[in-house]
Structures are given as structure tokens and as C-alpha cells.
Design a protein. Structure first.
Length: 439
């Protein structure tokens, strides 16, 4: 099933059966015309297209964002329609609308606090209670998919509900806005927009790096808002100080309020997040499946949503409950894809680190017992976890030919069968390698 189909299966769960059968079911996803941030569906006639546009297009766009992490513009087109001027217009309009849109499901209720994000969570909560007073700006930083955007928008959603004007934007949109107002000589409108809002949320501020003119403009926006005690929240992948190519006056200002980090979630938080996502999306899974998913995903929480969406879509399609076996089957492919991404160098560095041996020693001709042992483990793991063939491995490890590799595999497999402690150790290593993010 393609992503467009998966999204419709997710939608099915949220809407009435009549709406689904009568309208949504008639959509076909155009893989040819869709891009990573632009989804095209074909409807059989204008009536259906209009109804879906009005009632479901936003929901579909939201599901795309949840599923892929990318803001997506959804276009519902007529099956035979050629791409004419009118559809281009619609597209432009929705793109313009995008930036102030908050994702309605990014709320505090839907956010799972845990020790990895406690500090940022509490800070965001406080800011939502006293915007512009306590921590201004609030600067949230951390790795990809750890919930920075969610947390920032949770504050935005609270304040928007209170009637405050909230702008959510990216550096790129800010820059586009700036240049187009410059070009059209409408800078007053630009200033009005960004300096008269109550709350400015600006995502992934690290992209300001080396953009001199945008930094200049942002500096003035920042000053204007702060002077008026308007709340500013920013996110980034690193601390202000560590953002290269950022003016010092901005770096220091970004630290005026509060700088809070989000760390990768520990197992318990991961489990709690999965439970939460199941609850929100009304997906029924047993605890053992939840635990299983928690152990196979990496740190990136965004992966959880993709996995759940996939399981849910397949379960609906095949009319089956999501059992452990079912999950393992469906996710086999996902895991294998991941596997293809594990490089031999990464395995070498992990094995070397865990067993306290230098990577160069593993590949050397050194026959000391400890090194031979480590080398065998590295070969075994490389064979299991990468797509490398035996001859390729022989070459990599400087062995005579593939029979030497096959001999090693046999030895390790024997050990695995007879030595429980050894098996635990190898399992642990495998887990570490498959769940670490490779740089
Ligand atoms: P970032 O902006 O840090 O890359 P996002 O805010 O886009 O990450 O989060 C990615 C996905 O993970 C979102 O769907 C978000 O809802 C979810 N997520 C991350 N952390 C949590 C959490 N603690 N509780 C619930 N959902 C979370
Ligand atoms: Mg983000």
C-alpha cells in the first residue's frame, strides 16, 4: 500500500462509515504527482472533490504531517483534469495559509512527560500560563523527532484558544515572506504581521545560520516583540552558542530567557508515548506489542507514528487483530530496510567500543586470544546485520577467502547454542547496534 492509501486508512478510523464509503473510498492517490510535501488525490467528479476538500482536506493534511513529519499540502483533483491555472492558484493559496496553522493535536494533553523532556515540558507549561512574563524567549533544543515542535505548538494552541494571535513559522517561511514583501514594497505589512502578533513560534532556528540579511531582520522582529513582552519560542537542534554562523547579538539574546533541552526518551517514556499514540488514534494493541515496538524503534519518536500507522492500516486491510506475530510480520520489511543502513564501519566501532579493542586491531593479523574472539564477533555481526556477502567480508577482514568467514560463522553459532551468557552478550550488542543512530 502506498503512503496515500495508508493515510486514508488512518482517516477511516476518525470519520463516519458513510463518509468513508461514499466519498473517501473513491479517492485514488497519485504517486506520480505527489511529492514529499505535496499530496495529490484524484476524485471521480467535482461533487465528491468539493465535499472532500471542504470536509476532509485539512484532516488528510494533518495525518500526512503526523505520519511523515513534513507539512503537506493536499490537493484533491479531478481525474481527467489537466493541471491548469486554477489548480496552481489553489495550491499557492494553501501554501500561504500554512504558516500560521498549528497542528491541533499538538497539545499538552497529548504530550507524554518523562525524565528526558521534563525540563522543557515544565518550561513550556509555565510559558503557556504566563506568556511574555517568565521565560522570554523560551529556547528548546534537541535531536530530530524528540518533540520540540509538538511542545512549542502546545503552548501555541493554549494561547490561540485564549484568543491570542499566534504565528508559527519556520526560518524558511520567514525568509520567503521577507523577500516577497521586499519585492512588492510592502514591508509595512511584513512588520505589522510579525511585530504585532502576541506569540511568535519559530521552528528550527539553526537554519538562520549564515543568512545575514534574515538574521538582521529577525533581530529587529525579536527586539520589537520582546520590548512589548510578547512571547517568543524557538526550537533548534543545538544550543544557541553552538549554532555556527549566527550573530553574537542573536546568540546572547536567545539565552536571555530560558534554554531547555530534550533528550532521547528512555524505554518507559517510549512505552508511554506509544500507549498515548494508540489511544489518540484509537488503535488497539496489547501491551506486549507495545513493548515490542518500544524495543525496535530508535530514539526518534516520529518513527513510532509511522510504525503504528502501518500496523493499523494493515490490520484494517486484513481484518486481523494486531498481535505480536502480526506486528513482527508487518514490520519485517521496515526492520530489514533499517538493516541495510547499518554499515560495517559502524559495527566495527561499536564492537571495538563494547569489547575494549581498537578497530584497527580487529582487522589486523593479531592472533592473540582476545583479538581473535572480538574479530569473530565482528564478522558474525557484520554478516547478520549488513547485506555484505561472505567474499566481501573475507576481503574486508583480510582473510584468505569466504570459507574462513563461513568457518567463523559456524564457530559463533555453536557458541550461541551452548553458552547462554555468550548469547545474552551478542543479543545486547545486536540491540545496541540496531537501535543506535548512526552519524
Ligand atoms: P521535533 O520537532 O523535535 O523534530 P516533533 O515535535 O515533530 O519533533 O515530534 C515528532 C513526533 O513525535 C510528533 O508526532 C510528536 O507528537 C511525537 N512526540 C515526540 N515526543 C513526544 C512525547 N513526549 N509525547 C507524545 N508525542 C511525542
Ligand atoms: Mg520540529
Amino acid at each position: 500500500m502506498n503512503i496515500g492509501g495508508e493515510i486514508l486508512m488512518m482517516l477511516k478510523n476518525e470519520i463516519s462509515e458513510i463518509d468513508y464509503n461514499r466519498y473517501i473510498k473513491q479517492l485514488t492517490f497519485s504517486t506520480a504527482q505527489s511529492k514529499s510535501n505535496y499530496a495529490v488525490y484524484f476524485a471521480p467528479n467535482a461533487l465528491i472533490a468539493n465535499y472532500i476538500k471542504r470536509k476532509f482536506a485539512d484532516k488528510i493534511a494533518h495525518l500526512f504531517e503526523v505520519r511523515t513529519g513534513t507539512k503537506t499540502v493536499v490537493s484533491i483533483e479531478l481525474k481527467s483534469a489537466k493541471k491548469g491555472k486554477s489548480s496552481a492558484k489553489v495550491e499557492q493559496k494553501s501554501e500561504k495559509l500554512q504558516h500560521s496553522l498549528l497542528n491541533p493535536s499538538y497539545t499538552f494533553e497529548n504530550y507524554v512527560p518523562g525524565s528526558s523532556n521534563q525540563f522543557a515540558y515544565s518550561a513550556a507549561k509555565s510559558v503557556s500560563e504566563k506568556p511574555g512574563e517568565l521565560y522570554n524567549p523560551l529556547f528548546i533544543y534537541g535531536g530530530v523527532g524528540l518533540g520540540k515542535t509538538h511542545l512549542m505548538q502546545a503552548v501555541g494552541n493554549v494561547l490561540q484558544h485564549q484568543g491570542k494571535s499566534v504565528i508559527y513559522t519556520s526560518v524558511e517561511q520567514f525568509l520567503n515572506d521577507f523577500t516577497s514583501h521586499m519585492r512588492n514594497k510592502t514591508m509595512d505589512r511584513f512588520k505589522d504581521k510579525y511585530r504585532k502578533c502576541d506569540v511568535l513560534l519559530i521552528d528550527d532556528i539553526q537554519f538562520l545560520s549564515n543568512k545575514v540579511q534574515t538574521q538582521e531582520e529577525f533581530f529587529h522582529t525579536f527586539e520589537a516583540l520582546r520590548n512589548e513582552h510578547k512571547q517568543i519560542i524557538m526550537t533548534a537542534d543545538k544550543k544557541p552558542k553552538q549554532i555556527a554562523g549566527l550573530e553574537d547579538r542573536l546568540k546572547s539574546r536567545f539565552e536571555w530567557g530560558l534554554v531547555a533541552d530534550i533528550q532521547p526518551p528512555e524505554l518507559e517514556t517510549k512505552i508511554a508515548i506509544i500507549q498515548k499514540k494508540c489511544e489518540i488514534n484509537r488503535i488497539n494493541v496489547d501491551n506486549d506489542v507495545i513493548n515490542y515496538i518500544a524495543t525496535i524503534i530508535e530514539q526518534n519518536v516520529r518513527e513510532i507514528e509511522g510504525i503504528l500507522a502501518k500496523l493499523h492500516a494493515y490490520a484494517q486491510l486484513m481484518h486481523q487483530p494486531i498481535t505480536i506475530e502480526f506486528a513482527q510480520n508487518v514490520l519485517k520489511e521496515t526492520l530489514e530496510e533499517k538493516r541495510d543502513n547499518i554499515s560495517i564501519d559502524f559495527i566495527m566501532s561499536m564492537v571495538a567500543k563494547e569489547l575494549n579493542v581498537k578497530p584497527s586491531e580487529i582487522r589486523s593479523k593479531n592472533r592473540s586470544r582476545n583479538i581473535v574472539y572480538t574479530r569473530r564477533i565482528a564478522i558474525y555481526l557484520a554478516r547478520e546485520l549488513t547485506p555484505m556477502s561472505m567474499p566481501e567480508l573475507a576481503k574486508y577482514f583480510g582473510m584468505k577467502d569466504h570459507t574462513a568467514v563461513s568457518h567463523t560463522m559456524k564457530k559463533i553459532n555453536e557458541l550461541l547454542q551452548n553458552d547462554e551468557d555468550f548469547k545474552v552478550k551478542i543479543d545486547e550488542l545486536t540491540n545496541k547496534i540496531t537501535t543506535s543512530i548512526q552519524e
